[in-house]
Each structure stands twice: as C-alpha cells, then as structure tokens.
Write a protein that binds this ligand. Structure first.
Ligand code: C2E
Ligand code: CA
Ligand code: CA
Ligand code: CA
Length: 280
C-alpha cells in the first residue's frame, strides 16, 4: 500500500499543525488571562444520597477566551502545570472560591444551609511553599469556617514526597477537609491512603457513569465497600442516571455529583437552585 501518501498525509500534517498552533496560543495567552479577568469558576452541585438535599458544590474553572470561547480545563490546566503559573492560577481559584462562598454565606436563604465548597488543587501546588498561609489568609479574609472547605487532589498525580506530605498536613491542621479525587484510577492508592491525611474518597466517574445494569457494578461495589471499611466518607462523580443514583445510595455513597443532577453552572444559577421552594 502507499501508506500515508498524498492527500491523507497532508490532512494529518495540517491537523497536527493546528494542534501545535493552538497549544502555542494557549501557552502564550494563559499568562495574561488572570489580569485580563478571563477565568471564571463554575459550580457543580453535590446532593446527599439519602435526602437529595444540596450539600455541596465543586468549583471547576473555565477560561473565557476572547476569540476561542469557553476553553475547558483539560486544555489549559496541564499546560499551566508545566510551569510555575499553576501556582498563581491555583491561588486565584482558591481566593475566588472563598470570595464566592462568603457571598453565599451572607445570603438570607443560603446562610443556614450547611453546605461545603470543593476546590481542586494540582499536586504541583503542594510545592508552593506559602500555600497553607495563603489558604489561611483566604479563610480569614472571607470569614469562612475551615471545615466547610474541601481540597481535592487527584490520586494519579500524587507522588510520595515529604514536601507534599508536609503541605497536606499543614492544610489539614487548619481544619479543611481533604479529598482524594479520581479514586480507583491511581497506581498506589493503598500507600497514599495510609500516608496522607485524607478524609474523603471521591470515586472516579469511570466506575459510575457507564453502569446500566446491576451486573456491571462489581467494581463500584468493591471500591465503595473498600472505602467505607477504611472509614472514609465517599462521593460518587459521574452520576448520570436515576439507576446510578439509586445504586450509589444503596451502596452507602454519601454524596452524589453528576449530570443527572446538574452540570457545572455559573454561581448565579446555583443561587436559583438553592432558593427555598415555595410551600404548596
Ligand atoms: P475533576 O476534578 O475530576 O472534575 C470532574 C469533571 O467531570 C468535570 O469536568 C465535570 O464537568 C465532569 N463531570 C461532572 N459530572 C459528570 C457526569 O455526570 N458525567 C461526565 N461524563 N462528566 C461529568 P471539567 O469541569 O471539564 O474539569 C476537568 C478536570 O479539570 C477536573 O476533573 C480537574 O481535574 C481539572 N480542573 C477543573 N478545575 C480545576 C481547578 O480549578 N484547578 C485544578 N488544578 N484543576 C481543575
Ligand atoms: Ca475534582
Ligand atoms: Ca474526579
Ligand atoms: Ca479528572
């Protein structure tokens, strides 16, 4: 055969070229996006698996690029992680989430609700020496009870290092909760569970969202019972159907998150969801 000759090769090389160009563009524009105020946090609701009450939100960053539109985090977080820029971006996220939380805690209909806010941290940020002081400053500046904040770290990105462990212990000592994100997908879950001060295991969506029948649930069952037997609270992400909702509830998963309830949405839409329903 002629292999990748002629038109096809041209097609692939053009696509490749476009990829590189957009990557260079992202790298270049990313550094100015904070000062240009182009980042925004969306929030995805988490519900209690038994009462279906809204009990938390996860903050998920979006980049509103002036020409490229809404850029998803998978397209720029990995690039930010290749440089120190992730530290600046991660601090922006922490500050912004706390600022929003203070607004919610002061709203008449919302202040009595005992909900939490989850913030994603990149493992690389654990090397940002002043991070725990910065977090404390945010908590104080916005008058936020520490135990209402959850920090999520992905399992696969965590490397065993004393610096990372020390930072996690410092933040845990402030009273914030630590969640191990994408649980079940990492390589060394067991050693990390012992080593690090995690409170919550967040079961990765790949174990939840594809389940259509009971007989496809063995991994989810094993992972959740493992987590519970070690005394962890669990959150399931990727709950997309009522069957998955009911299954997770039956397995004792404490909180549920996924498109079945809501995608990530802007802060003002969260407020609408939280408005007390008028009595009928
Ligand atoms: P993640 O922390 O695992 O967040 C969950 C992702 O799953 C989100 O994608 C969310 O929109 C999506 N998702 C939620 N429910 C469902 C569902 O029912 N089905 C499916 N298929 N997907 C669902 P998103 O917002 O695109 O974020 C992707 C990743 O980017 C996040 O994964 C997280 O690792 C990273 N990320 C997002 N915001 C931040 C941030 O502020 N800082 C850092 N360091 N990373 C962030
Ligand atoms: Ca997360
Ligand atoms: Ca996750
Ligand atoms: Ca993920």
């Amino acid at each position: 055969s002629k292999g990748l000759g002629g038109k096809q090769a041209q097609y692939y090389s053009k696509q490749f070229h476009q990829k590189i160009e957009s990557r260079i563009r992202i790298e270049h524009d990313l550094k100015r996006a904070i000062e240009r105020d182009e980042f925004v946090l969306y929030y995805q609701p988490q519900v209690d698996s038994q009462s279906f009450d809204l009990v938390g939100v996860e903050a998920l960053i979006r980049w509103q690029h002036p020409e490229m539109g809404l850029v998803p985090p998978d397209e720029f977080i990995p690039i930010a992680e290749e440089s120190h820029f992730i530290n600046e971006l991660g601090r922006w996220v922490m500050d912004e989430a706390c600022k929003q939380f203070q607004i919610w805690l002061n709203k008449p209909g919302m202040k009595d609700l005992n909900f939490t806010i989850s913030v994603n941290l990149s493992a690389r940020q654990l090397k940002d020496a002043g991070l725990s002081e910065f977090l404390l400053e945010c908590l104080e500046r916005y008058h936020i009870p520490a135990d209402r904040i959850e920090l999520e770290l992905t399992e696969s990105s965590l490397e065993s290092s004393l610096v990372a462990l020390d930072m996690l212990n410092k933040m845990s000592a402030l009273g914030v909760k630590l969640a191990l994100d994408d649980f079940g997908t990492g390589y060394s879950s067991l050693s990390h569970l012992n080593e690090y001060p995690f409170n919550i295991l967040k079961i990765d969506k790949s174990f939840v969202r594809f389940i259509e029948h009971e007989d496809e649930a063995s991994l989810l069952k094993a992972i959740s019972s493992f987590a519970h037997s070690l005394g962890f609270d669990t959150v399931a992400e990727g709950v997309e159907t009522s069957f998955q909702r009911d299954l997770c509830a039956r397995l004792g998963v404490k909180r549920l998150q996924g498109y079945f309830f809501s995608p990530p949405i802007p802060a003002n839409e969260i407020e609408i969801m939280w408005q007390p329903k008028p009595a009928i």
